[in-house]
Ligand binder design. Structure first.
Ligand SMILES: [Fe+2]
Ligand SMILES: [Fe+2]
Length: 156
């Protein structure tokens, strides 16, 4: 695989997007479980989301975020995304799904997660395709592997 043709770039982004789909599916399951009154299932979905997101965020923050943050024009876009990661992690770890206020927080958080992901998939990732060098991509890929020990990236 070459460093400059685009294939590696798309490969990493494809993994980030697949991770987004997995966690938003879990978020949808959690919201539906709350609506059905299955709080045990809701808690399981939220825990699985937290685990998936922790890995995903590690890959993003130490990877594509870190290399893009070196450019001032992107640093201001990325800082709030990292804050949103921290806020959601805190909520997922502490929310009481038996409390109607906690249930509302989860519904809201799932909506906000979709918005957060749009800022990445429709803003940051396309910008990365033109902004990053081959070396930047190598660094971002290395961070993904560090966050997913032993895992393979999605292949064609
Ligand atoms: Fe993110
Ligand atoms: Fe993400």
């Amino acid at each position: 695989m070459c460093h400059y043709c685009g294939c590696r770039h798309v490969s990493l982004i494809r993994d980030y997007i697949a991770e987004h789909e997995r966690v938003t599916d879990l978020g949808g399951d959690a919201v539906r479980a709350i609506a059905a009154g299955d709080l045990e299932k809701a808690r399981r979905c939220i825990d699985a989301m937290a685990v998936g997101l922790a890995t995903h965020w590690r890959g993003e923050e130490n990877g594509i975020f870190r290399v893009m943050q070196r450019e001032e024009e992107f640093a201001g876009y990325i800082a709030p995304l990292v804050e949103e990661h921290r806020e959601l992690a805190e909520l997922l770890a502490t929310v009481d799904v038996a409390d109607p206020a906690g249930q509302q927080q989860i519904r809201q958080a799932v909506v906000e997660l979709h918005e957060h992901i749009s800022k990445e998939e429709d803003g940051l990732f396309p910008a990365a395709l033109t902004a990053l060098s081959g070396r930047d991509w190598d660094e971002a890929m290395a961070a993904w592997h560090e966050a997913h020990p032993g895992a393979e990236m999605i292949s064609d």
